[in-house]
Write a protein that binds this ligand. Structure first.
Ligand code: CP
Length: 305
């Protein structure tokens, strides 16, 4: 039985390196054999206070393939939140209807709070600009699958490194391996100093760049991100930086053969569609890997693996 039984996953740092690897190994089994209805008597609640395509639907697909029933909402406007019900009371109620809560909420720290209120495990499906740990685990899965290892890699992170919660989680996780980070962003969207401090604390190196072309020949992984319009308080600043890091197919000349492009998606215009036809594009398979990784998490946390 997994040591993850009954655990919450709120921040990627809630799990250690061995636990990441355990999830990836279980996910490999689900990739080989996805239909394993081993949780027939269980209910998973998906509470999405913020829009999502991949995270919600892949969690629901994962739960369904495990034989779970799924309940929840994707529009808080159609719930009693609209009448003023607090997050506290919503979580208390859902705790009596389900065995596991998967929650996305725009407020940083809301998932941690929900885990303190809930009597069942809580998985953070994204809390504001803070953390997106399940995306991080599927990113690790995709990196290991494409590179054959998580060690000694050059990881380039490109775009909105300030508000991109997937970047924050991925940097913290990759600090468990001998990673060199290459950070490409405009001045306004640089990686927060608290996240850079995690790199330094791990004794690892990072380099900062302004242009994507500077990392093309170096990177094993280019992790592209969308500029997060919804996190800006000043929309003029968003307009100024929104097109600052765009990857096109001709720019890939000179990249390493093993290089793969990841993106948590959705994309807006930061990867042009001609890149999709190159052998380096991996973002759609990456999203597919999310189903196996979320199956692994649900199964481990509910004690079926
Ligand atoms: N990667 C990701 O979180 O996508 P969604 O916002 O569509 O869930």
């Amino acid at each position: 039985m997994s040591t993850l039984k009954g655990r919450n996953l709120i921040s990627i740092t809630d799990f250690n390196k061995e636990e990441y690897l355990e999830v990836l190994d279980i996910a490999e089994g689900f990739e080989k054999n996805p239909k394993q209805p081993i949780l027939r008597d269980h209910v998973v609640a998906t509470l999405f206070f913020e829009p999502s395509t991949r995270t919600r639907l892949s969690f629901e697909s994962a739960a369904n393939q495990l034989g779970c029933r799924v309940l929840g909402f994707s529009d808080p406007g159609a719930t009693s939140v609209q009448k003023g019900e607090s997050l506290h009371d919503t979580i208390k109620m859902v705790s009596s209807y389900a065995d596991l809560i998967v929650m996305r909420n725009p407020k940083e720290g809301s998932s941690r709070y929900a885990s303190e209120v809930a009597s069942i495990p809580v998985i953070n499906a994204g809390d504001g600009a803070n953390q997106h740990p399940t995306q991080c685990l599927l990113d690790l899965y995709s990196i290991r699958k494409t590179q054959g290892t998580l060690d000694n890699l050059n990881i380039a992170l490109v775009g909105d490194l300030k508000y991109g919660r997937t970047v924050h989680s991925l940097v913290q996780a990759m600090c468990n391996w001998n990673t060199t980070f290459h950070l490409v962003s405009p001045e306004e969207l640089k990686l927060p100093s608290s996240v850079k401090a995690s790199i330094k604390k791990a004794g690892l190196k990072y380099y900062q760049y302004r242009e994507i072309r500077d990392i093309i020949g170096i990177a094993d992984i280019i992790y592209m991100t969308r500029v997060q319009r919804e996190r800006f308080t000043d929309l003029l600043e968003y307009e100024r930086v929104k097109d600052s890091c765009i990857l096109t197919a001709p720019m890939l000349q000179g990249c390493k053969d093993n290089m793969r492009i990841l993106h948590p998606l959705p994309r807006v215009n930061e990867i042009t569609t001609d890149v999709d036809r190159t052998p380096y594009a991996y973002y759609f398979q990456q999203a597919q890997n999310g189903v196996y990784v979320r199956q692994a998490l649900i199964a481990a946390i509910l004690g079926a693996k």
